[in-house]
Design a protein around this ligand. Structure first.
Ligand SMILES: [Zn+2]
Length: 624
């Protein structure tokens, strides 16, 4: 620096000051045209125009997808990739260190690069979230992140996309993305930042039902189904979702969206999950999930959970999950708030709104508690690690789930946040609750989407504002302990007890029937499918101790051909016998008899009222 004359250095700085705003003002404006007319074939075509300079243009395919908590961008389904400039085909090469990065050689004189690409939506259950099956003969969900590239060097807030979408003939659509115009078969959207575009899925289909839930701001359901019959929904179902919207507003005291769309797919041929957005959620259930009461019961938690995310996850977001684009890795250490608190509040709202009855809410809570109470993997792996490991482990199979530990920061934190709610109520003699935390943490001023980041300290400080307590110590212990047993203090502190008896709850019966499985995990530590396939065994419980493991197939019980009833009979009869009962199982082509020394009968969880204490849980789920 000393070698430069002072005047030149000054000029250099002036130049810098003058050019920075100019550069910032020229963030690329990209046009994107998606052709979804071949959705039933599960192939989508996209064309983009990207401003570029001669040299190397580095483009990213979105990799870390908000809400998916991992590098799940379906790069293997990005196909047909071609680049041209001035009618000339350009050379491109994938980055050797990151497969989601593409380098394009732009020749001198080229202004815009035209990119064309195809996205193949996989059939069946391959892929995670938006990477999984998303199109059928009658409907589709467009997740923009799967159908675009973006240039390096800009944040997703800085890049502007002007999107157009062609739909199959006769298909209608719903989306939170503001529409500029629509003509025959094509929708033109208003320019939006890349952040907003990726946050705004489009649902489209031949059978599409729009259900208004509330006005000022507008809240609606946009439901596409594989049949007209699947949309023949009893009106009280929508009354409960109207109440959900109302109860959420009361819980948080404000909202952070311009309008809100429940983008809901009903199909047996798309992947089933929920993905949160600021102004919508992309939720997908079975075709008859709104018309068949059993399927409705099993899907009851989905929409309340995803709706809560508009506040908890999108508006309030862990700093470690708030990244400038979709390339920078996300860190999942605070998922116990992002997902755990969302699960607690979503379940609570499902009861306050009537989406679940109080009994259905308690059955679900009992099952969560019982499952966590039988989680053998907690002996080696703490709760914090189930969140930290998500980018590496979220696609793990169900086999060995109990020993590996699945995504326990969802369910175990339902129990922990209930515990927090009861502590707040005890400390403040019933004057404060988690509702006060939600007002402070998620409320504020209503308005369009914005992101307010937080850290562990912010959570502890807000809890202390509601009720002074050793919250740092509480959460440190909850996140790092190794059990044994589930944290049941919230259930017990709210006037209830987790008990086991021989009667299956409505929820467990429905799950067994609908999901074709058998719940013997609370008695002998054995999870099976209806046909005898063992999906999991719980380490230390009778089936595992006898030598049975996931992947085997039970074919007979005490010499009789296997069925759910035959197994249940054996469990019941074992109570009056000191002899073990026998399971014949097939294991990698070999048949072997396993002796189960168990005499405790059938066992299923439920919550029982503790009359020595007030019914705080009843108060927690009472409509506001
Ligand atoms: Zn969630």
């Amino acid at each position: 620096m000393a070698a430069f004359p002072r005047r030149i250095v000054l000029c250099f700085f002036l130049l810098l000051i003058l050019t920075v705003p100019v550069l910032a003002a020229t963030a690329p404006h990209i046009s994107l045209a998606v052709d979804a007319t071949e959705a039933p074939r599960k192939i989508f075509h996209a064309r983009m125009t990207i401003p570029a300079n001669p040299g190397t243009l580095t483009l990213y395919y979105p990799k870390w997808i908000p809400g998916e908590h991992g590098p799940t961008g379906p790069i293997q389904d990005l196909t047909g990739l071609k680049f041209t400039a001035n009618g000339q085909t350009l050379k491109w090469r994938r980055d050797l260190l990151d497969g989601w990065t593409i380098h394009v050689e732009v020749p001198p004189g080229a202004g815009d690069v035209e990119a064309s690409l195809d996205f193949i939506s996989p059939p069946g259950s391959e892929g995670l979230y938006t990477a999984a099956a998303s199109a059928t003969d009658k409907m589709s969900v467009i997740s923009w992140n799967t159908m675009l590239l973006y240039p390096a060097g800009w944040t997703s807030d800085e890049l502007t996309y002007e999107a157009r979408l062609r739909l199959p003939a006769g298909w209608k659509f719903g989306t939170p993305l503001p529409v500029a115009s629509r003509a025959a078969g094509e929708v033109k959207f208003k320019p939006a930042s890349l952040t907003t575009l990726v946050d705004s899925p489009v649902i489209t289909g031949e059978y599409l039902l729009v259900v208004p839930l509330a006005e000022n701001p507008r809240r609606e359901m946009d439901i596409a189904a594989d049949s007209a019959g699947a949309l023949n929904v009893p009106p009280e179902v929508f009354d409960h979702y109207k109440s959900l919207v109302d109860q959420a507003e009361k819980l948080f005291g404000a909202h952070h969206y311009r309008e809100y769309h429940f983008v809901y797919s009903l199909s047996d041929h798309v992947a089933h999950f929920g993905l949160e957005h600021h102004e919508s959620n992309d939720s997908r259930s079975e075709e008859r999930a709104l018309v068949d009461w059993q399927k409705r019961l099993l899907a009851a938690g989905l929409l309340p959970h995803e709706y809560v995310h508009s506040w908890n996850g999108k508006y309030r977001r862990p700093a470690d999950l708030t990244t400038p684009d979709f390339e920078k890795p996300m860190q999942d250490d605070l998922l116990w708030v992002y997902e755990g608190l969302t699960s607690y509040l979503g379940d609570l709202l499902s009861a306050r709104s009537g989406v679940r009855t109080p009994e259905q809410y308690r059955d679900s809570l009992a099952q969560i508690a019982a499952d966590l109470d039988h989680r053998s993997g907690r002996s080696w792996r703490n709760l914090q690690d189930t969140a930290d490991a998500v980018p590496a482990m979220q696609g793990a199979p169900h086999q060995w789930e109990s020993w590996r530990r699945p995504l326990d920061y969802y369910d175990e934190d339902v129990l922990n946040w209930l515990w927090v709610d009861t502590i707040i109520r005890q400390q403040t003699h019933g004057k404060k609750s988690m509702d006060d935390f939600c007002h402070l943490f998620h409320g504020g001023q209503s308005g369009p989407p914005e992101v307010k980041t937080y850290t562990f300290d912010d959570v502890v400080n807000t809890l202390n504002q509601v009720a002074p307590y050793d919250w740092r110590g509480f959460w440190t212990e909850r996140l790092t302990n190794h059990g044994p047993g589930a944290p049941l203090a919230g259930i017990e502190g709210s006037g209830w007890k987790l008990v086991y008896d021989e009667t299956r709850s409505e929820l467990i019966r429905t799950e067994e029937e609908q999901q074709r499985r058998i719940s013997a995990e609370y008695s002998i530590g054995l999870k099976l499918r209806e046909d005898g396939d063992v999906t999991d065994t719980i380490e230390g419980m009778p089936a595992a101790s006898a030598g049975i493991g996931p992947g085997m197939k039970v074919v007979a019980v005490n010499g009789k051909k296997f069925s759910a009833d035959v197994l249940r009979d054996a469990l019941r009869e074992g109570k009056n016998s000191s002899a073990p009962f026998e399971l014949l199982a097939e294991s990698t082509d070999y048949y072997k008899t396993y002796k189960i020394d168990y005499h405790g009968g059938e066992k299923y969880p439920r919550l029982e009222r503790d009359e020595s204490k007030p019914d705080v849980l009843g108060n927690i789920i009472k409509p506001r």
